[in-house]
Structure formats: C-alpha cells, structure tokens
Write a protein that binds this ligand. Structure first.
Ligand code: SF4
Ligand code: SF4
Length: 257
C-alpha cells in the first residue's frame, strides 16, 4: 500500500510490552528515571566485504562493528533497549505519555518504519483499525510529515555513529555472546548501576580496548553450531539449565547437536 492515512487515537497500545531501541543519551535518561535496559546482540559471519552496491549489506555494516569469533571475522550488532512487560513506566493512566517532550526518537517515529528496507504495513502495527484514516501519513510510499522524516534520519545516524560505542559498552560489561543474525538474539540484562557506570565510562575514557574483540555465537540448533564450528567460529549450544547472566531467544525450534 503506497498511500496511507493515519491519526493516532491515543489508545496506548504501542506503549506496552516492548523492547524500545534507544540511543546512548536516551539510555542514560531512561536509567536515570529508574527504567530497565537490556542489550540485544546478534552477529553475522563477515569473511569478506560485500560487493559495492549491495545496499542491504551496507546498511547492516554501518550499524555493526567488526569482531572475531574464533578465527572467523564477524560483524556484531548491539541494540540498547528499554525493556518492560505491561505498560511503559512512563505511560499515564489516561494513556498519554508522561515524558512526551523527552520521549525517545523511536516513540516519536511510530508507526512509521526506521529501517528503509521495511515497508510500513498497518497490519503489523498495534494501532486500531480506526487510526488508519483522516490524515495523510504516506503518499506513494513517502512519509508526508517532514518532522517524522527528520527524526528517522536522526535515529539512523545515531545508530550508525554509536555502533563503536555500543561495542565498547559490551567490553566494559564483559558481554561477549551473540546469536547468529536472523536466527535469534542473545539478551543481556546487566544491573542498571553497572550499565550506568559503563555508559559514563565509554563517554569519558579514551578507547584502549581490543579493536578485534572475541565473540561467541550461541544457538539453540545443533546444525548451526556444527556449521559455525566448521568455519572456525567460537560457538556454544544454548543450554537453558546452565547458569549465566544472559538468555537466548531463538526464532526457530531447538534441535539437538
Ligand atoms: S516513553 Fe512514552 S511514548 Fe514511549 S513507550 Fe513510554 S509512554 Fe509510550
Ligand atoms: S497504538 Fe497507534 S493509535 Fe494507539 S497510541 Fe500508539 S500510535 Fe496511537
């Protein structure tokens, strides 16, 4: 659908049960308000640079950081997310945002898409049917509102510019496990105080960290583990019973090694 109309009904549905991707500054503000944050990590084997003109690969590259897994070059994507079950801690009883003027970019942009390779599809959004009418949101696939377009640009730019800082954050927190991209996520949930300290440190100290840090893939599928091992990667099978301070969320059913 190229032409889409929309007017928010203030139903509050999009402010529940979320992992909201935040910029580093937004993450510091979220923690200062007492909110919880997580780091969502995935990695892509990157044995060679892609052919020029591969727009999707360039997009992924710009948002990730080089690393090694065993002897395999990879790129690691880390997303800092505000995580909450149920209502957002900033959602008021009248279903309006309690921090409206300081709300994160991602909240300002919704229901538009940040990823240029994802089309805006009303069926994939939390908004009720009656919200998709009245005001022009998109014409011939292009967002009508200039301000929303600017916020999207700002969000994309921050995600790109802050990729090396998110890697440093992981190093500060000893976060080294990632899922294979498109197969799942590894979710790290550090203590808020530790995350706050790490955020302060990456802004204040010169970067003396390893430029090619070692990461370990995690998977719940034996075939993935075997394939990654065969190309020299460091990899482990998700074993939910083992003690650790992160968890694996797979998109596919677990299969044994
Ligand atoms: S910060 Fe505001 S707009 Fe964003 S999810 Fe929370 S209540 Fe909703
Ligand atoms: S779900 Fe859609 S209609 Fe409801 S508050 Fe969020 S943006 Fe507005």
């Amino acid at each position: 659908m190229d032409d889409i109309d929309f007017e928010c009904t203030a139903c509050g549905k999009c402010c529940h049960d979320l992992r909201l991707p935040l910029t580093l500054a937004e993450a510091s503000d979220w923690l200062a308000r007492g909110g919880q944050m997580e780091l969502i990590c995935e990695a892509i084997p990157w044995p060679a640079e892609p052919e020029p003109g591969n727009a999707q690969a360039s997009y992924k590259r710009a948002r990730s950081t080089p690393a090694m897994s065993g002897s395999l070059p990879v790129r690691v994507s880390v997303i800092l997310v505000a995580a909450f079950a149920g209502a957002c801690p900033n959602l008021r009883a009248d279903m309006l945002c309690g921090i409206y003027d300081e709300r994160p970019l991602v909240c300002r942009i919704y229901p538009a898409e940040i990823n240029p390779f994802v089309s805006l599809t009303p069926e994939n959004k939390a908004c009720p049917v009656e919200a998709w009418q009245r005001k022009p949101l998109q014409r011939q696939g292009v967002l009508v509102d200039e301000t929303t377009r600017r916020w999207i640009e700002e969000s994309r730019r921050a995600t790109e510019l802050e990729a090396p800082l998110r890697m440093r954050l992981c190093q500060e927190l000893a976060v080294t496990h990632a899922a294979l991209a498109n197969e799942g996520f590894v979710i790290h949930a550090p203590e808020s105080s530790a995350l706050r300290t790490a955020l302060e440190r990456i802004g204040a100290t010169p970067d003396a960290r390893d430029a090619s840090p070692q990461w370990t893939f995690m998977s719940n599928r034996g075939v993935t583990v075997e394939t990654l091992l065969s190309v020299g990667a460091g990899v482990c099978l998700d074993e939910p019973a083992s003690p650790r301070n992160f968890r694996y969320h797979g998109f596919f059913e677990a299969s044994p090694a």
